[in-house]
Design a binder for this molecule. Structure first.
Ligand SMILES: Nc1ncnc2c1ncn2[C@@H]1O[C@H](COP(=O)(O)OP(=O)(O)OP(=O)(O)O)[C@@H](O)[C@H]1O
Ligand SMILES: [Mg+2]
Length: 339
């Protein structure tokens, strides 16, 4: 497929709100049944138990994604300032990072620095545009609700995706003090709650200003995308396995290909009003997942308090996102039909 065709496929996948639509698109493109084009998540076959034993609740699993977006935004600001995230020059706490990167304050000098609740509304709204959570598709009762989480954080290059989004044993954030991620698997927690085939779309582009013209691969400036799926036990394999679409050069190296990629100055990864995919970004990440029937009912935009987004779970519990430091760099946009 040409770059333009891949971009079109990617846009169709972004807009697809049912598993059937996603599978149809991948079948038409010749990927769904092409065995060698699917690579083991984390590059090991026995990945089902690791992925299946993350968060036991779907709302907590969803929050992991938002936490990742917050981490990615802080990483982006750090790298843009030319600071190595693992070096002593980097902020040593989340609050210090917020103060330094978003308030231009040197350290958390006073009781007020690095605290988003102290920000004026206009500033909070502006920064919150950098992480969004949108719901599309039918209602959860109809079984086809989807969530998309988008951010203009650091993003990852197509070649880095197998070692970041799609990995399970790396130490990406282990020595970075101002992010919340640590174990390289929290983001997989949602997979068990993602419909029948457990599909998830990831689209990402590394911020070109971080790369500063230093490329380790010619595709570093491209958008990369993939679909994750669960494959049922088959033959003498007794457990399911998670794989992702990685068809680039898979003919030569079965099951070890790269993710699909294409050139585009910007992609419509953010919502605008009731259109979930309309505001463009030149870099960043969009993750889209199906929600199973007995999953989260509704994400409330900001709950009663305009400052703090909340998630309403199936049991009716309100999970206040602001319990987690720094999740306030998140805005929500609802475009669920019939709600
Ligand atoms: N929104 C994002 N933007 C850029 N990179 C991301 C994003 N989300 C995840 N990643 C990459 O994918 C990796 C895996 O994410 P995951 O949440 O599984 O683990 P983690 O955040 O490293 O640690 P933890 O298990 O504690 O959450 C991250 O380390 C990061 O490199
Ligand atoms: Mg994480």
């Amino acid at each position: 497929m040409s770059g333009e065709q891949l971009k079109e496929l990617c846009i169709s996948l972004i807009q697809a709100d049912t598993e059937t639509d996603v599978i149809d698109l991948l079948k038409k493109a010749g990927y769904w049944d092409k065995r060698e084009a699917w690579r083991f998540y984390g590059d090991y076959e026995n990945n089902y138990s690791t992925i299946g034993t993350q968060q036991s609740r779907p709302d907590a699993a969803l929050v992991e994604k938002l936490v990742n977006s917050v981490d990615a935004r802080l990483m982006n600001e750090c790298l843009m300032q030319g600071i190595l995230p693992e070096s002593p020059a980097a902020p040593q706490s989340i609050r210090e990072a917020v103060a330094l990167f978003f308030e231009s304050a040197k350290k958390s000098e006073s009781n007020h620095t690095g605290l988003i609740r102290e920000w004026p509304d206009s500033m909070r709204t502006e920064i919150a545009r950098g992480i969004t959570l949108s719901a599309t598709g039918a209602t959860a009762i109809d079984g086809n609700l989807c969530f998309s989480i988008s951010d203009c954080g650091e993003g990852q290059t197509p070649e880095a995706m197998p070692n970041t989004f799609l990995s399970l044993t790396k130490t990406n954030k282990m020595r970075i003090p101002f992010v919340q991620g640590k174990f390289n698997m929290g983001g997989t927690g949602v997979l068990r709650f993602c419909g029948k085939h457990n599909l998830q779309l990831i689209l990402s582009r590394r911020n070109p200003d971080i790369l500063k013209g230093k490329f380790s691969h010619p595709s570093d400036t491209q958008w990369g995308f993939t679909i994750i799926r669960r494959e049922d036990p088959e033959g003498n394999r007794r457990s399911s396995v998670y794989t992702y679409l990685a068809s680039v050069n898979a003919e030569c190296d079965h099951g070890r290909g790269g993710v699909l990629r294409f050139d585009a100055k910007a992609m419509p990864i953010f919502p605008d009003g009731r259109n979930a995919y309309s505001r463009t970004s030149a870099w960043g990440t969009l993750i889209k997942r199906n929600v199973a029937l007995a999953d989260i009912v509704l994400v409330m935009s900001n709950g009663g308090d305009s400052r703090f987004p909340q998630i309403l779970t199936l049991e009716g519990t309100l999970l206040s996102i602001n319990k987690l430091p720094n999740l306030l760099l998140c805005s929500t946009a609802l475009s669920v039909k019939n709600l």
